[in-house]
Design a protein around this ligand. Structure first.
Ligand code: ATP
Ligand code: MG
Length: 422
């Protein structure tokens, strides 16, 4: 029987997985500097969380969720995104009552969406995201964008651009919504069926339609910027000022809309300009979601966050030809000569490992020459050669493969000798 990997998923093999580990470590480093703490929520949640939290007019809820009944007849869903679970946990664990506010969290883990797989779009993908909950200060909006940009920049991407918009507050959005309906309604039959449904439920999302983006009504659609009330305008200006202070460049795009329903005020995406990145140019997106926590039964709490997938990040790195400084170096390969030495090897190897040295030996009964070859192939810094004669004198030969230098040291000093030189 031949069983293949499910469509839209991938195996990440040794050789590649080191890049993932490097990126994950970078995310954790940056979050430490920006003071975001890790949160780990379950892979599955009650379906209602997403239906309510993500918004039931979104693509995610309408057609992308992996939903199943468990044996207790509960409807559960593999998480398609991280914000609703974090908001749920925030409410459930009463984080709004914590002394230290705002609550700043990050997550890294797999998400699941039933999508048509293509480059940069998978059915299981890994998102790194952050959420800052409990502050309405525009500088935290800027901080979230700064963190996302820092991640890409420190990994070595150059062709990235921050695209910024505001969706305004509820009042501004309402006025804009009515203008959008009036604009599209007379010719809505020229749009796709999704857009026809969106006209009444969520007309803002028409602007985000991938099928109808070329329609002439799109270009002159009412801009949210003409419907911002004073407070929303001031908020947007303050966000931009904070970005300016940090020296982060951005372009304002009044047509930028996020796919999820719960956003207001700040919305942003980070795009790649790199040649060869492909049809999908968005690397990550985020925004402010001031209604979400309340919708999930918590006190009214402002929040802002973003999420990126590691898959798209890796695509961008590849498109820009960036090599991550990943190493899988071996400190010491233990070569044995003779039966006595071979039989003692497990203990010596274990001692090296306990002393903090990465160490390997042969398990296939290879001749000495082949053992040296293996050491080379694994990029060992040192080869420790143990023969029956050395063993009798409790000595071992250590050869530095980079310099060719070779010394004999007492067996119990071998670890320290190498550690001093690593
Ligand atoms: P898109 O418009 O590309 O479908 P989205 O609006 O659905 O994106 P979000 O829900 O905001 O995306 O998710 C944030 C980020 O997660 C995206 O910017 C992208 O980096 C990543 N992402 C979303 N869906 C996928 C997927 N199916 N495969 C890989 N990465 C994804
Ligand atoms: Mg999507």
């Amino acid at each position: 029987m031949n069983i293949n990997i499910p469509r839209g998923t991938q195996d990440i093999l040794p050789g590649e997985v080191e890049k993932w580990q490097y990126i994950e470590q970078k995310a954790k480093d940056i979050c430490g500097r920006f003071r975001y703490s890790e949160i780990r929520t379950p892979i599955f949640e009650h379906t209602d969380l997403f239906a309510r939290g993500v918004g039931d007019t979104t693509d995610i809820v309408q057609k992308e969720m992996y939903t199943f009944q468990d044996r207790g007849d509960r409807s559960l869903t593999l998480r398609p995104e991280g914000t609703a679970p974090v908001a749920r946990s925030y409410v459930e664990n009463k984080m709004f009552g914590q002394v230290s506010q705002p609550v700043k969290l990050f997550y890294i883990g797999p998400m699941f969406r039933y999508e048509r797989p293509q480059a940069g779009r998978y059915r299981q993908f890994v998102q790194f995201g952050i959420e800052a909950m409990g502050s309405n200060d525009p500088s935290i909006d800027a901080e979230v964008m700064a963190l996302a940009m820092t991640m890409y920049q420190e990994l070595g991407l150059k062709s990235i651009k921050l695209v910024l918009n505001t969706l305004g507050d509820l009042e501004s959005r309402k006025a804009h919504r009515e203008a959008l309906i009036a604009h599209f309604k007379p010719r809505i039959e020229e749009f796709c069926s999704d857009c026809q449904n969106r006209l009444e439920t969520n007309p803002l999302r028409i602007l985000d339609c991938k099928k109808d983006r070329g329609h002439e009504l799109m270009a002159n659609a009412p801009s949210i910027h003409d419907y911002l009330n004073e407070e929303s305008s001031a908020y947007f200006s303050a966000v931009k000022e904070s970005l300016d202070l940090m020296g982060i460049t951005y372009v304002v795009d009044p047509t930028l809309v996020r796919g999820l329903d719960y956003y207001n005020h700040t919305a942003f995406e980070i795009m790649s300009d790199a040649e060869g990145f492909g049809a999908i140019t968005t690397l990550s997106g985020g925004g402010r979601y001031n209604g979400l926590v309340e919708d999930l039964g918590g006190p009214a709490t402002p929040g802002i966050g973003f999420a990126m997938s590691l898959e798209r990040l890796l695509l961008a790195l590849k498109a820009e030809g960036v090599e991550l400084p990943v190493t899988n170096k071996l400190d010491c390969y233990l070569v044995t000569m003779g039966e006595e030495a071979k039989s003692k090897a497990p203990g010596i190897l274990f001692d090296l490992r306990k002393a903090g040295i990465s160490a390997e030996k042969d398990y296939l009964d290879k001749k000495m020459k082949a053992q040296f070859k293996a050491a080379d192939r694994e990029n060992a810094k040192f080869v420790a050669v143990l023969g029956d004669d050395e063993l009798a004198n409790e000595q071992i030969n250590i050869k530095d493969l980079s310099t060719g230098e070779q010394v004999q040291v007492p067996l119990d000093e071998a670890a320290q000798y190498m550690k001093d030189r690593l």
